[in-house]
Design a binder for this molecule. Structure first.
Ligand code: ADE
Length: 225
């Protein structure tokens, strides 16, 4: 997979890709991530990427021209399966969307800033608009990092254990069950006996029951789907 991220703040975005699973995925050539500074696609000496809103109103708007130039250049080099715009008014990210995106070959992610982008960018280029939740961030960069993390860990080979993404919370619309490690008892708190039974079908059944119970208590909305 190749991901091209268009941003006015590449320095804000880089560190999540420089540690742990994402770093290893890049080193193993399972994913390529490229950052494009929108200011490199401006023509004026101030490298402006935004301007006042037509019709008045607070907040600047990201201009169409630098974004057009950047996306058009990328599209001349390869085909993109999806051109995603990070925005609080997009579709809320969930595991299903991450699963779908993990199957793609090439994606562009455009990070919004200020009040957002000129609507003509959305009309002409954007194929998917994603929000990471019902709150407003200062820009799309942190959202893009969240999206990339959720997607990249699903690419086959990225996680050490092939099955481990399948047992994550949400993969089957259930939250994950409780998990334990050593010691067996800590300050009087004991690990459930069933986990030492060696009876794996029984352990699996217990985990499913716990996952269901937790989902019912915390996220009953997930069980309605
Ligand atoms: N940009 C600003 N707020 C955002 C959000 N909640 N999700 C994605 N991008 C954003």
């Amino acid at each position: 997979m190749r991901i091209d991220i268009i941003t006015v703040l590449p320095e804000l975005l880089k560190s999540p890709f420089e540690a742990s699973i994402l770093k290893r995925a890049i080193e193993a050539n399972l994913v390529e991530v490229h950052f494009h500074n929108l200011r490199d696609y401006t023509t004026d000496k101030y490298k402006s990427v935004d301007d006042y809103q037509f019709g008045g109103g607070a907040g600047m708007v990201m201009m169409v021209e630098p974004i057009d130039k950047c996306i058009t250049k990328l599209q001349s080099q390869r085909n993109y399966d999806e051109i995603i715009y990070m925005t609080p008014d997009g579709e809320t990210l969930n595991q299903g969307i991450a699963n779908q995106l993990s199957l793609h070959k090439n994606m562009i992610i455009l990070c919004g800033h200020y009040k957002g982008v000129d609507q003509r960018v959305r009309d002409k280029f954007i194929t998917k608009e994603i929000s990471i939740g019902d709150y407003v961030l200062s820009g799309g960069e942190l959202g893009a990092a969240v999206l990339c993390d959720a997607v990249i860990r699903l690419i086959p080979g990225v996680l050490g254990n092939e099955t481990s993404a399948l047992t994550d919370s949400f993969q089957d619309n259930l939250l994950a069950p409780p998990i334990y490690t050593r010691p067996r008892e800590y300050k009087g708190m004991k690990v459930p006996e069933i986990l030492f039974s060696g009876n794996f079908p029984k352990i699996e059944k217990w985990r499913e029951e716990q996952a269901y119970k937790r989902t019912q208590e915390r996220r009953p909305d997930l069980l309605k789907d």
